[in-house]
Write a protein that binds this ligand. Structure first.
Ligand code: PGA
Length: 248
């Protein structure tokens, strides 16, 4: 049985003071959660949030990681730096990074590899654009992105990988994939993993859905057999909203 994992991707929102306020509100609301609970604030908020969640069931994640251990990479953060401020998770290859910051399947693979080798769990995002779905290429795209992202990782290392299936057209748009669409595409991703690592390994990998997931649609999505949780953007920015998703 795969334990569900619900992660909040706060994106470029909240100052450290606001982040602390949000997570303080969240702690009592999710303390009995049956799933793993992760919050991913901006890098400047990580230390403050880490302090507040000490001793709670909320885990800390970052939104990106660089693949080098250190060096001349202005503006980047290494996996060891993220670990040093209390991160256990890091989002890799979010579609916004792919769209706006030139992230490619190759750099996603490098970042995911660096994260996993350093002992972080990488939440690797994959997903098709609107026209790719309309043209019937969803399955090919997500299978390819998944295999490329995992390239070189061992079966053992897949214990430290979570995949987030996020159809790009559903992110921040209010549009959600139907329960069945999300389930079916996550099944495709699992099959792609099985093709490389075998079915036993693939059955253990947790695959989230992301894209306008919220209190009102979480139950239907989570009732699907392939969906192991969610990566939540907009609905993670208010404690009550995120708690509704976590306590599905
Ligand atoms: P959304 O974002 O929930 O606001 O659609 C999800 C994500 O981008 O991870």
């Amino acid at each position: 049985m795969r334990k569900p994992i619900i992660a909040g991707n706060w994106k470029m929102n909240k100052t450290p003071a606001e982040a602390v306020e949000l997570v303080k509100g969240l702690i009592p609301l999710v303390k009995d959660a049956k799933c793993d609970v992760v919050v991913c604030p901006t890098a400047v908020c990580l230390p403050a949030v880490a302090e507040v969640i000490k001793g709670t069931n909320i885990k800390l994640g970052a939104q990106n990681v660089h693949f080098a251990e250190k060096g001349a990479y202005t503006g980047e953060l290494s996996a060891d730096m993220l670990k040093a401020v209390g991160c256990e998770y890091v989002i890799v290859g979010h579609s916004e990074r792919r769209q706006y910051f030139g992230e490619t399947d190759k750099t996603v693979n490098l970042r995911a590899t660096a994260a996993v080798k350093a002992g972080l769990t990488a939440i690797i995002c994959v997903g098709e654009m609107k026209d790719e779905r309309v043209d019937g290429y969803t399955d090919i795209i997500v299978a390819y992105q998944t295999k490329m992202a995992l390239k070189g990782l061992t079966a053992e290392e897949l214990n430290h990988v979570v995949i987030a299936y996020e159809p790009v057209w559903a992110i921040g748009t209010g549009l959600t994939a139907t329960d069945e669409q999300a389930n079916e595409t996550i099944g495709v991703i699992r099959k792609a993993i099985a093709e490389v690592y075998g079915d036993d390994v693939a059955q253990k990998v947790r695959i989230q859905y992301g894209g306008s997931m919220k209190g009102s649609n979480v139950k239907g999505l989570m009732a699907q057999p392939e969906i192991d949780g969610g990566l939540i953007g907009g609905a993670s920015l208010k404690a009550e909203d995120f708690a509704q998703v976590v306590n599905f």
